[in-house]
Ligand binder design. Structure first.
Ligand code: C5P
Length: 220
């Protein structure tokens, strides 16, 4: 079977950076599973489907006409019905809606097959919350990357400032804690490390040294 490395953990811990480094070093495919929840949320917002209607949102998730196109330096273009929505799915309103949509068991089930289909040769690096626990439980290498809420808020703050978006650190910290709670407490696929995951706390550690730790562990 195709080798898979799973990278799970809360938002802002550095999963995206780690997955990009691993994927490009190994020449493997990458799955940004969060993007699937973001696209579902965007489609629901655009179609004015109430986020209280699980059935309708799941129906939407089942029929998304979605494609991922590799672009420059770690960026992936996300196309919905051929339309580039890469920026739209990163907006604050879409992030908030994605967090709600991801709590729906029916939506998670609707997106499961799509995620598993991404495991093709030579290998896959899968980024998410439940990659090692639910989507790829047999993956030979599972990473759970975490960091303090404060370190993650600071990281997001730097990213947003670089993009010219203005938001206070205090507000970001509040949002991060709220989304963490929703990830951890949902009934379906709550955010927990897999039993066989290597847990790495990236608080105060550089992206390079996180990568080194993983490469050593994997003997890659
Ligand atoms: O990682 P990202 O911020 O893009 O994820 C968007 C939303 O999707 C988050 O709120 C997270 O709770 C959810 N998610 C999830 N399971 C995944 C990936 C993301 O529930 N495997």
């Amino acid at each position: 079977s195709v080798p898979v490395i799973t990278v799970d953990g809360p938002g802002g811990a550095g999963k995206g950076t780690l997955c990009y480094s691993l994927g490009s070093q190994l020449g493997w495919h990458m799955l940004d599973s969060g993007a699937l929840y973001r696209v579902t949320a965007l489609a629901a917002l655009e179609d004015e489907i109430p986020l209280s209607d699980d059935d309708a949102v799941a129906e939407l998730a089942r029929h998304l006409k979605l494609s991922f196109v590799p672009a420059a330096e770690g960026l992936t273009q996300v196309l919905l019905d051929g339309r580039d929505i890469s920026l739209a799915i990163r907006s604050e309103s879409c992030s908030a809606a994605a967090s709600k949509v991801a709590a729906m068991g029916e939506v998670r089930a609707a997106l499961l097959a799509r995620q598993r289909q991404m495991a093709v040769a030579p290998g896959l690096v899968a980024d998410g919350r439940d990659m090692g626990t639910v989507v790829f439980p047999d993956a030979p290498l599972k990473i759970f990357l975490t960091a303090s809420a404060r370190a993650r808020a600071e990281r997001r703050h730097r990213q947003l400032m670089a993009k010219g978006e203005s938001v206070t650190l205090a507000r970001l910290l509040e949002t991060i804690e709220e989304r963490d709670a929703r990830d951890r407490n949902r009934a379906e696929s709550p955010l927990v490390p897999a039993n066989d995951a290597l847990v790495i706390d990236s608080t105060g550690i550089s992206a390079d040294s996180v990568l080194d730790t993983v490469l050593q562990e994997a003997r890659l």
